[in-house]
Design a protein around this ligand. Structure first.
Ligand code: FCB
Length: 488
């Protein structure tokens, strides 16, 4: 095992999840159906549906307490668009806003930094019905209305924003190789349009945020999390290079900078950007958020099956932060990292809770992640393990990604050994969270949550962000950067 440096290390750590995969409560408190809800309702089955998921919506107090007890200092969650907005871009649902206000306030009371994902798979069915969802350019304007509601309502307390989770997977699996709802299209052209629109949405969200909220946006850091597979051995011009350039170059440099004619970033040509679009997108990633699971080209004992995904050889998470930092020179966040233990190794709930192989994996992987900071001198802001809870993973509950077991029948939570391992490891590694805030709200005050700041139509009301939770809004980003420079 690699040695762990003894001096304090500046990095937050915690877990992630998404609304679709964890919340359940699909038709509760004014939530409208998303494309998954509608698809499974039409099929007439709830077996593979996210209707209940991990019931995070109803068990939020318990789940965040577990998170705090584990010593986590960051939590990644996503907002369910159809929980906070009615009819795609219509009226705000106050109960939806109140739920996330309560969650954010509790996180801050626990000194856990919220990483808010705006979009993570669950398009409102009304966006799909009214204009065709991701297959249409109209998604751009609809998303901007939605994003503004989030910035206006949560931006007084949330600093770290992830606009669209994994555009490649989202666009591919909706548009080109439909594997999840809405399962309506299958053309490469729509896929490329969706990819281009994802980049433009990100650029526009950030541009609008900075223009409309000049004071608050000084605290805000934006990124667009992409899924990357490390390729070993790494060589110039490899698929690793090409994916990186296609995924992140637009939000840092303003365009895909590899020579498309010669080296083709992807198998089909991306839709080119106009000069105005390049200007818009340039400089809109304040940090690089990357989801790293799999490593290509090396074995991962004891999983010898070469077709198993992910291949959890931890060389990928070890090398990816430096690879990305060298190119983009902005802080890095491991926005997802982890794997699911093969079902064959988890024959009963005791095995699930013991999760021996995941523990072994973290014993190797966690020290390696820290080496990105201590050896490579990369400003790695946070590591967010996927996932906090066993949850809904596209049409199944059998892949247990969680570090907290969720009993399928009663939904009871049991902390797995892997989570206990991470708790002890990071406590002993002397981590300092870079997200220092002053005067966090008390747990009691935050537990009551707050009502929405706006209740009228989204376009008309998403204009003011009011601090409804009493949380401090001290900028953390600049502080964290300063801390990291010490390691540079
Ligand atoms: C990632 C997704 C996340 C989850 C994990 C296992 O690619 O972003 O929602 O499904 O895979």
């Amino acid at each position: 095992m690699a040695a762990v440096a003894q001096q304090p290390i500046s990095m937050a750590w915690g877990f992630g999840g998404s609304a679709l995969q964890t919340e359940g409560a699909w038709n509760v408190d004014g939530k409208e159906p998303d494309v998954f809800d509608a698809y499974y309702t039409n099929l007439g089955t709830s077996v593979k549906a996210p209707f209940i998921a991990a019931d995070h919506y109803h068990r939020i107090d318990e789940d965040l307490k577990i998170l705090a007890d584990l010593g986590a200092t960051a939590y990644r969650f996503s907002i369910s668009w159809s929980r906070v907005l009615k009819n795609c871009t219509g009226e705000i649902n106050p109960q939806g806003i109140a739920f996330y206000n309560k969650m954010i306030n509790q996180l801050l009371a626990y000194k856990i930094e919220p990483f808010l994902t705006m979009y993570h798979w669950d398009l409102p069915q009304t966006c799909q019905d009214s204009f065709g969802g991701w297959a249409s350019d109209k998604i751009v304007d609809a998303f901007l209305v939605y994003a503004d509601v989030l910035l206006a309502n949560f931006g007084d307390r949330v600093n770290y924003w992830l606009t669209i989770n994994e555009p490649r997977a989202n666009c591919d699996m909706c548009m080109m190789n439909p594997k999840f709802p809405p399962m309506t299209t299958n053309t490469p052209e729509l896929y490329m349009k969706c990819m281009k629109n994802s980049h433009l949405i990100h650029g526009n969200v950030v541009k609008n945020a900075r223009a409309k909220y000049p004071a608050l946006s000084k605290n805000w850091k934006f990124s667009i999390p992409q899924i990357m597979e490390w390729v070993e051995p790494q060589s110039d011009g490899s698929s690793l290079d090409k994916q990186t350039q296609w995924f992140y170059d637009p939000c840092v440099f303003g365009d895909v900078t590899c020579n498309l004619d010669v080296t083709k970033c992807v198998t089909i040509d991306p839709v080119p950007f106009t000069q105005a679009e390049k200007d818009l997108m340039k400089g809109t990633c304040d940090f690089i958020a990357v989801n790293v699971y799999s490593t290509v080209g090396v074995s991962a004992d004891p999983i010898s099956d070469p077709t198993y995904w992910p291949n959890p050889n931890p060389i990928g998470p070890r090398k990816m932060p430096k690879f990305l930092y060298d190119r983009y020179k902005v802080p890095i966040v491991l926005s997802e990292i982890g794997f699911h233990v093969p079902n064959s190794m988890e024959n009963n709930i005791q095995d699930v809770i013991k999760d021996t192989y995941r523990v072994q994996w973290w014993q190797e992987a966690a020290p390696l992640v820290l080496e990105a900071i201590t050896v490579d001198k990369v400003p790695l802001l946070a590591m967010l393990a996927w996932s906090l809870l066993d949850n809904y993973e596209f049409n199944t509950y059998s892949l247990r990604w969680g570090h907290v077991a969720v009993d399928c029948k009663f939904l009871t939570r049991t902390v797995k050994d892997s989570a206990k391992y991470l708790k002890d490891f990071f406590a002993n590694a002397t981590l300092i969270s870079p997200f220092v805030r002053t005067a966090a709200p008390s747990a009691t005050a935050s537990a009551t949550g707050s009502g929405p700041t706006n209740t009228g139509s989204a376009a008309a009301t998403a204009t003011t962000a009011k601090n409804s939770g009493g949380a401090a809004t001290v900028a953390a980003g600049l502080t964290s950067l300063a801390i990291f420079l010490l390691f540079a």
